[in-house]
Write a protein that binds this ligand. Structure first.
Ligand SMILES: [Zn+2]
Ligand SMILES: [Zn+2]
Length: 468
């Protein structure tokens, strides 16, 4: 069986290509791209290896290297091409070429087949791990393939554009995934919505009040593949807000992820649910996370959030992070009830810039897990500032923020809230009936979100360039 391939194009790269490739009507144009490589040893749903390429950088073909362009094809000199191959090889990236078919949909023409076979042979001789080729159609469609050093090629079964918007071009629709029960939403969002939703692999990290609601909503929405991650059992005090949880689950110490899988499967919606009872940072679930198209962060833990924060930029996987803070006002009997949804993707400011995660708290959590004795000692000596009593939580607020989070994913796919798709940060203040869109600015020196050198790099050693 051949390894399935998919290609992620960061929206920022598509934008720069769009201006690069804009030419006189009907004339083909071309540009270069470099791709990071995400090797998935075993996709947990498909139980087979997968390959995802993520765009890392765009490079213009210098005007002096262009030989000619017509409505049928574009040619360019090999000098610039050879330079690009060398640069890709030196940085461990896969080189790519992109050209347009202005008058038609995206497809590979017989002319492309013969031109690219020649270029791929050159790339093979130069020693790159392959050569990507993309075609942008005049109707907005995109198709892609990877030429391998042996002269064969692999067509990407999907190409997705990732940023505030998420667009996916599928090379074929899996006929065995029925979505008859999703008819009512196709009536709102059109016939392409359900096949896109069905194709998605989505992780929910943290399956408490918010995460359990997110998981249930995603299953109803028709997401085809879910990955649920949580280390805890259902407890009696969860029954006020964790969807699907029963008293017997608490009595029998059933894991939250097992309970949710049971409930989702019982609904018969055709969702494939994979569970991981543990931390998102566990190496054993890395392939699962890398396989995803969206990740929902519904956890309070800082080290998990730091991982998701980097994942989004390195792998081009949108992360939708949800947090709530509720407390009674001690003095005048009022309340402070806040919900937040932050969406992460290359181009948006990250959780560090938003002041939402703290490196210090993450280090403390790691210490608590790896050396509980030392953690307790430091806590006594007040070196660590661990969270206090169990935080207040009310189901209507946690569930509402779960809806807000899932709606961001729908906004990314459909643009129903505007062409920019997901809003970077949204605060809902329940106690004063308002919602604010905070203008978080990227910290200029932020190594995660403001420096594009990490964007789309995909696999690096150590994972996400994180030193633990
Ligand atoms: Zn062509
Ligand atoms: Zn940042």
């Amino acid at each position: 069986m051949t390894t399935p391939l998919d290609i992620t194009l960061l929206q920022a790269h598509i934008s720069s290509l769009a201006s690069l490739l804009r030419t006189d009507r009907g004339v083909e144009a071309a540009g270069y791209l470099y791709f990071g490589v995400s090797r998935i040893e075993s996709d947990p749903w498909e139980e087979c290896p997968r390959l995802r390429l993520v765009s890392h950088r765009v490079q213009e073909i210098e005007p002096s290297d262009k030989i000619g362009a017509s409505g049928l094809h574009v040619t360019w000199s090999t000098r610039g091409f050879m330079r690009m191959l060398s640069a890709a090889k030196a940085s461990g990236l896969i080189p790519g070429i992109v050209h347009t078919h202005p008058g038609s949909r995206a497809f590979f023409s017989p002319q492309d087949d013969s031109n690219e076979a020649e270029l791929a042979r050159t790339a093979g001789i130069k020693g790159t791990a392959g050569l990507v080729s993309l075609v942008f159609g005049g109707d907005g469609s995109v198709c892609g393939r990877l030429w391998l050093p042996d002269g064969s090629f692999k067509v990407a079964r999907s190409v997705q554009s990732v940023g505030g918007r998420f667009r996916r071009w599928l090379s074929g629709i899996d006929p065995c995934t029925s979505s008859d029960h999703l008819d009512r939403q196709a009536r709102l969002f059109g016939s392409q919505f359900n096949p896109t939703i069905r194709s998605l692999k989505v992780a929910v990290v943290g399956c408490g009040g918010t995460g359990s609601a997110v998981a249930m909503l995603l299953a109803r929405l028709g997401v085809g593949q879910l990955l649920l991650i949580d280390k805890d059992f259902v407890e009696l005090t969860n029954l006020n807000r964790v969807h699907g949880a029963r008293r017997t689950d608490a009595e029998n110490r059933i894991a939250k992820v097992e309970m949710l899988k049971r409930e989702i499967e019982a609904a018969g919606l055709g969702v494939q649910v994979i569970i991981h009872k543990g931390w998102v940072n566990d190496e054993s679930i890395r392939d699962g996370i890398k396989s995803c198209d969206f990740v929902f962060g519904c956890t309070d833990d800082h080290s998990g959030r730091i991982t998701l924060n980097r994942l989004s930029y390195f792998y081009g996987i949108p992360v939708i992070d949800v947090g709530l803070r509720m407390m009674p006002w001690k003095s005048n009997g009022g309340h402070d009830i806040n919900g937040r949804v932050t969406t992460l993707c290359p181009g948006h400011p990250c959780l560090l810039c938003g002041g939402i995660v703290s490196g210090k708290r993450a280090a403390e959590e790691s210490l608590e897990r790896s050396d509980p004795q030392e953690f307790e000692k430091q806590k006594l000596e007040a070196y660590v500032v661990e969270g206090g009593d169990p935080a207040p939580a009310v189901v209507s607020f946690t569930t509402e923020m779960a809806c807000v989070a899932v709606n961001e994913m729908i906004a990314a796919i459909t643009g129903f809230q505007g062409a920019e798709g997901m809003v970077p940060t949204r605060y809902r203040r329940f106690h004063v009936r308002d919602e604010r869109f905070l203008a978080v600015t990227k910290v200029g020196s932020c190594q995660v979100c403001s420096v594009s050198t990490n964007w789309g790099l995909a696999d690096v050693d150590p994972f996400l360039d994180l030193i633990r």
